[in-house]
Ligand binder design. Structure first.
Ligand code: FES
Length: 159
């Protein structure tokens, strides 16, 4: 079976980390950063190339929340649950997003458009509560703002 189209990237990453100690987690980090997840085909290739049991790779992948095993939705939607945001109602904002998108924390909508997740402090506490979609910060978000924010991200078509 052919590995994913990202094989050249994997080759470069493997070459970069080949002789370094603790290289498995560093390689997995690079793959996660680059693709947004670590595909099974990539894990199989890694197991072969590093001569590491596949079970060991999945041990690492499933231990850390950071790693994803499936592609994320097109629009990564992060609700900050840090202290400042939480105290200013981030829980209600998350609840509204969750209800509208019909997904829970860490899930992707059925159409693959949105990946909803909670995060800890995005570093702009003065703008709390904060929602970040595809790297864009939405500040002082209230539950009533959620539909407008979603509409700005994926406009409804009238066709
Ligand atoms: S607590 Fe949300 S940005 Fe800091």
């Amino acid at each position: 079976m052919k590995t994913e189209e990202a094989a050249p990237d994997l080759t470069v990453i493997l070459r970069k980390w080949a002789r370094k100690r603790g290289n498995l987690i560093m390689i997995l980090h690079e793959l996660q950063n680059h693709h947004g997840y670590v595909a099974r085909s990539i894990a199989l290739t890694l197991a072969r190339e590093l001569n590491v049991p596949l079970a060991r790779i999945y041990e690492v992948l499933t231990f850390y929340n950071y790693f994803k095993l499936k592609p994320p939705g097109r629009h990564v939607t992060s609700v900050c649950m840090g202290t400042a945001c939480y105290l200013k109602g981030a829980g209600d904002v998350f609840g509204e997003l969750s209800q509208r998108l019909k997904v829970e924390d860490g899930q992707t909508t059925e159409d693959g458009e949105y990946h909803l997740q909670t995060v800890r402090c995005l570093g702009c506490c003065g703008l709390a509560p904060v929602v970040m979609i595809n790297g864009r910060i939405h500040s002082k978000v209230q539950p009533r703002d959620v539909s407008r924010i979603l509409e700005q991200t994926v406009p409804l078509t009238t066709e």
